[in-house]
Design a protein around this ligand. Structure first.
Ligand SMILES: *Cc1c(COP(=O)(O)O)cnc(C)c1O
Length: 411
């Protein structure tokens, strides 16, 4: 296995040291191969909003397993899942299931291009939308007109169709639309960023984005793979009262199994095969086990409505970090909303990719290892969000606050 991992950030390259292996996970706790118990704030990179191995999700998968693992035909599980998604996301009139967040964003982009008959797309530096070619591109110096590939193997000719702009910057958006008249198929955004650490945009920014895309006939795609069902049941769009044209989902909706989905306006979604000319498909899409896990996760969220409680836990963590940093005289930014948070060691308020990079990554690495030694696992990178689950209530959060305070004191 290249680098010993099946997904690069697991390799600990940005914090140094060797990753640990996990043999089991329960609630808020990971159990490593050498029997250490860690309080987990990575939550399998977002999906585990109910903690690990929740009994209800486990039972749902076991019950589905009795009926078979894959049918390759329409099935009742996918209908129930579609009904749940449409219920919580009023902007989604029709939805298609797929197998990952990457598939969801890749397919939504193709659909936007097919629907508008335009080629160019706008994305924002620091926003991650999975690893498909058009989206694996961040800002180069000529960002306003042409993107530069972020990965070897992405042809420069593909990158030219992706315009990369700074996040949270209305003037840059206006300039990009003016420079590419009638050519922008869509704007794709993480409405709250979770992949350069956690960033909430300025008030009014998302509304401006909605307005300018509508004005220019470009579709607005909210990539809520991370924020969907996490910031609120209806994602950031519910909290900010913005109606995008298309939405991408993943992570939580799979209940820990591999799932993605994209959906939106019916007239746009009807351009997908078999109704329309935009092709998209999947052997395992709508897989019964994955649907059963996701249905259980979403139904639990509906029953528990844990969002106010999760926000209180998030504030408790944030306040502990802020207090410890203040006592130490160390500048820190702790953006937090609900169960998402980040710790940036910088005096600069973090509002985009450039300001996120002012965070001291070396200091973060030291902090990360100090926490890990004391049994608290944060994402092994200065530029990832932390996640809280409903299983973190009580002792796990109290312990994490103590560990964060000690780790900061000793930095
Ligand atoms: C995780 C993530 C993706 C990619 O999802 P995968 O299931 O890893 O392919 C896309 N967009 C956002 C915002 C994500 O957080």
């Amino acid at each position: 296995m290249p680098g010993g991992v099946n997904s690069p950030v697991r390799a600990f390259r940005s914090v140094g040291g060797a990753p640990f292996f996990v043999k089991a996970a329960r609630g808020a706790t990971l159990i490593t191969a050498d029997d250490r118990e860690l309080i987990d704030f990575v939550c399998t990179w977002g999906p585990a909003i109910h903690g690990h191995n929740h009994p209800r999700i486990k039972a749902a998968i076991a019950a589905a397993l009795e009926n078979g693992t894959s049918f390759g035909t329409p099935n009742p599980y996918e209908v129930e899942m579609a009904e749940l998604i449409v219920k919580f996301f009023p902007s989604i009139q029709k939805v298609r299931m797929c197998n990952s967040g990457t598939e969801a964003t890749m397919s939504a982009i193709r659909l936007a291009r097919g629907f508008t008959k335009r080629d160019k797309i706008i994305k924002f530096s620091g926003c991650y939308h999975g690893h498909s070619d058009s989206l694996l591109i961040k800002a180069g110096s000529g960002a306003l007109t042409h993107g530069n590939p972020d990965s070897a193997g992405v042809p420069a000719s593909f990158a030219r169709e992706t315009v990369v702009l700074p996040y949270n910057n209305p003037a840059a958006l206006a300039a990009a639309f003016a420079a590419n008249p009638g050519q922008i198929a869509c704007v794709i955004i993480e409405p709250y960023c979770g992949n350069v650490g956690f960033i909430i945009p300025d008030a009014g920014y998302l509304a401006y984005l909605r307005e300018i895309t509508a004005k220019h006939g470009a579709l607005l795609i909210f990539d809520e793979v991370m924020t969907g069902f996490r910031i609120a049941k209806g994602g950031v769009q519910e909290r900010e009262k913005i109606i995008p044209d298309l939405t991408c989902l993943g992570k939580i909706i799979g209940g820990g199994l591999p799932v993605g989905a994209f959906g939106g306006r019916a007239d746009i979604m009807d351009c997908l095969a078999p109704l329309g000319p935009v092709y998209q498909a999947g052997t395992l899409s709508g897989n019964p086990l994955a649907m059963a896990a996701g249905i259980a996760a979403l139904t639990l969220l509906e029953e528990l409505n844990p969002y106010a409680r999760l926000d209180a836990l998030g504030r408790q963590l944030r306040d502990a970090v802020l207090a410890a940093a203040k006592a130490k005289g160390l500048p820190v930014q702790v953006p937090q909303c609900g169960s998402m948070f980040s710790i940036f060691f910088t005096a600069t308020p973090v509002r985009d990719y450039a300001t996120a990079l002012t965070g001291d990554a070396k200091l973060f690495a030291k902090f990360f290892h100090a926490c890990l030694e004391r049994g608290v696992y944060l994402a092994p990178s200065a530029y990832e969000a932390g996640f809280i689950s409903t299983a973190h209530e009580g002792a796990a959060i109290d312990r994490a606050c103590e560990v964060f305070a000690t780790a900061i004191r000793d930095l």
